[in-house]
Design a protein around this ligand. Structure first.
Ligand code: OAD
Length: 269
């Protein structure tokens, strides 16, 4: 009786212990899924890394654009004033590249997120390509401008533009030439829509950063702003830890094209 009684009390305890460990693991998994699935206001910051698998060069990886061109020569207002033909040519080449690249699974996953999510999804991109649009996203802020647009320095009109643009090209609105410049934010210029972005960062409850090295402000500072508001979960998806990786609550390192579809499914579950 004594032995039996010991057995009957001992065995269930082991089983209970194993069950509770299993239950805890399941509970944690559930919590993780529920945590991602419950978010309403989502901001996704993207950088060159999300377009890398489409064949668009990043800036700072080995062989990146800033290894082949000096920022001071092609990406500042002073460069444009000094040698406008060189700057126009640099952006003409990059604009022409838009025709030879396609969005991939990371872009389409974000398009699907916006379409199916029961809440708000905004892409804030540093990228000047149009792969998010072509991947199905609609709510996009191009904070560094767009290759597929040019702007008149005389009358400020902004045009959709897929052809080459030169110093001889005449502004379709005011007829001035030279007058058109790439609708790109150069170093030393203010990124677009910062007021709107700041509100979105304040309101969001999930902030995801994809494919950015965290070298260029103000985008590099978004994660610490979001953390300081204390309302949002923060996730980094990048090939390797970015400069700001330690500011994120969660990091997932690998190819955006492989990681984003799964992350989006977790949010939509
Ligand atoms: P960077 O070239 O600085 O960083 C790209 C990041 O993407 C790196 O951290 C890579 O590790 C990562 N990466 C590369 N391939 C990836 C992949 N397949 N999946 C996931 N991550 C990958 O580009 P940005 O951070 O976007 O500004 O650069 C920010 C700004 O600096 C650009 O908008 C541009 C540039 O100067 C202007 O031109 C004004």
């Amino acid at each position: 009786m004594q032995t039996k009684s010991t057995e009957t009390t001992h065995i269930p305890l082991v089983i209970t212990h194993q069950r509770s460990r299993l239950a805890l693991a399941e509970y944690r998994l559930c919590q993780k899924e529920r945590r991602l699935a419950r978010y309403k206001n989502i901001v996704v910051l993207t950088g060159a890394g999300i377009s890398a698998e489409s064949g668009v060069s990043t800036f700072r990886d080995a062989g990146g654009l800033w290894e082949k061109h000096r920022i001071e020569d092609v990406a500042t207002p002073e460069a444009f004033a000094r040698n406008p033909d060189l700057v126009q040519d640099f952006y003409n080449q990059r604009r022409a590249q838009l025709f030879s690249v396609e969005p991939h699974s990371a872009h389409t996953a974000l398009g699907k997120l916006e379409e199916l999510h029961d809440g708000n999804v905004t892409i804030v991109t540093q990228n000047v390509d149009n792969l998010h649009e072509r991947g199905g996203s609609k709510n996009i802020i191009h904070m560094h401008g767009e290759l597929a647009k040019v702007r008149c320095t005389q009358c400020s009109s902004v045009f959709e533009w897929l052809d080459d643009c030169t110093q001889e090209t005449v502004c379709p609105t005011c007829g001035s030439a030279p007058a058109l410049r790439p609708h790109i934010v150069w170093f030393g210029e203010m990124p677009f829509d910062m007021d709107r972005i700041e509100n979105l960062l304040y309101e969001c409850d999930l902030f995801v950063s994809v494919g950015t090295s965290g070298n260029v402000y103000p985008a590099a500072g978004f994660v610490s702003a979001v953390r300081s508001y204390g309302k949002a979960h923060t996730i980094e998806v990048n090939l390797e830890p970015s400069e700001g990786a330690t500011y994120f609550a969660e990091t997932r390192h690998g190819l955006a094209g492989e990681l984003l579809p799964g992350l989006v499914n977790e949010i939509l579950d």
